[in-house]
Ligand binder design. Structure first.
Ligand SMILES: Nc1nc2c(c(=O)[nH]1)N[C@H]1C(S)=C(S)[C@@H](COP(=O)(O)O)O[C@H]1N2
Ligand SMILES: [Mo]
Length: 407
């Protein structure tokens, strides 16, 4: 209730100020709103293109999605995470933009955006997750930093297999290289099998054009695979017979497990089964003991989420959470679990299982895979990717919620 007071007071003060004006000077409520300064029907006029309530404060970092505030499974386009490796998104006029398909094809083709929109289309809900998600912020005391390098949207576009069939893929081709129109010409090699399985060229995101930061006017969607594959501002697809070892795929996204003894594993594709409790999560604070719905997200590059279990006692016991339907393949799935907090310190965790029976690993499992002790990850400067460990939130007695990954 208290937080409403200042609002009411402000309203009364404004009312009093208006009352002091000459009679008849009070215009319509719409005429007093600051946004009405925008010309009617202009892009800034909110009556024609909506904006959220000024009371809503959730923001990107500006790179990470604020999952502490997330509702449902769709990330608002305006809060979708952004990874441009430090470069500005290019300003692209869709009328001028072209997509070239060439290389080992019978007929090299150039498409305009309008031509792509005339073709058979599809819409699918998929997450995009950077391979560095949670790896970089694994110790952060905020879900936005630890888990905000992913998002989930409904993407719409044209199946790449349709475009490749138009061009006629030649014998011996085994990879494609997709290239973006940003300054570094971000490029990614993708095996042809995947490219013709479920990859698509998207022009739509959550019911409107893909946002400029997320690839306007065209981006690749490579369901379930590392974010680096989802090439934004897509301008070129070359059909080839070997991977091209482009800059990002041969540097930042290489696996460097100590047990590989100085060798790197270049190509890592699918994102593993993962989940996180978004509410409560750090840095939210519970106001006191009593009932809370624990709610979170589960996803896997391997397909559907089949099961999510929740522990409210630091992993001693696990119970099945309820999953919201319909479930989408390779998409965020919302889980819910009723909980009564008794006011004592405790640790909350979630664990997902996908349709292939893959279970989200514990920190100990990931450590074993790397051939290190768990504490290695507390201090190492080695770049870590694919961090899908079960994520523990510690609820302190004062109701504050903290990342408990290393405790
Ligand atoms: N052209 C281009 N595409 C790109 C990138 C980029 O820097 N340039 N970053 C990639 C990486 S590493 C990720 S994780 C995703 C992020 O997608 P988003 O910025 O739409 O969230 O885009 C991929 N596609
Ligand atoms: Mo990424």
């Amino acid at each position: 209730m208290n937080d409403k007071e200042p609002v009411r007071r402000r309203f009364l003060k404004q009312g009093a100020a208006l009352a002091g004006l000459a009679m008849g000077a009070v215009g319509s409520a719409g005429a007093q709103a600051p946004e009405s300064a925008a010309p009617a029907g202009s892009p800034a006029d909110r009556r024609f293109y909506g904006a959220r309530s000024p009371f809503e404060k959730s923001l990107r970092t500006p790179t990470h999605t604020p999952f502490q505030d997330s509702i449902g499974i769709i990330t608002p386009s305006s809060l979708h995470f952004v990874n441009n490796h430090g470069y500005n998104p290019p300003d692209i006029d869709p009328q001028q933009h072209r997509l070239l398909i060439h290389g080992m094809v019978d007929r090299p083709l150039v498409f305009t955006v309008e031509e792509l929109k005339r073709m058979p289309s599809l819409s699918r809900v998929h997450f995009v997750e950077c391979a560095g998600n949670t790896a970089e912020g694994r110790d952060a005391d905020s879900i936005q930093e630890s888990h905000g390098f992913m998002s989930c949207s409904e993407w719409s576009g044209v199946s790449l297999s349709v475009l490749l069939a138009e061009a006629g893929v030649q014998q011996g081709a085994s990879w494609i290289v997709a290239e973006g129109a940003d300054a570094p010409r971000h490029s990614k090699s993708i095996p042809l099998d995947k490219a013709t399985e479920d990859v698509f060229v998207a022009y739509g995101q959550n019911g409107e054009a893909v946002r400029p930061e997320n690839g306007y006017p065209l981006r690749l969607i490579v369901p379930g695979w590392e974010g680096i594959n989802h090439v934004k501002w897509l301008r070129r697809i070359k059909v080839v017979d070997e991977p091209y070892m482009a800059r990002m795929e041969s540097t930042m996204y290489v696996t460097l497990w100590p047990k590989l003894q100085g060798k790197g594993r270049w190509f890592n594709f699918e994102m593993g089964p993962k989940s996180v409790i978004t509410r409560p999560s750090a840095p939210l604070k519970l106001p006191g003991p009593g009932f809370y719905e624990i709610s979170g997200l589960a996803w896997s590059g391997g397909g559907l989420i089949r099961r999510v279990e929740v522990s409210t006692d630091g992993g001693r016991t696990w119970k099945d959470a309820r999953l919201d339907e319909p479930l989408h393949r390779i998409a965020h799935s919302r889980f819910r679990f009723p909980w009564s907090w008794n006011g004592e310190e405790t640790v909350l965790m979630s664990r997902s299982t996908d349709e292939r029976g893959q279970v989200q690993p514990a920190l100990a499992d990931i450590s074993k895979m790397w051939g290190v002790e768990p504490q290695f990850f507390k201090t190492t400067k080695t770049r870590v990717n694919h961090w899908n460990a079960i994520h523990p939130w510690r609820v302190a007695r004062d109701g504050s919620v903290h990342n408990a990954v290393f405790s």
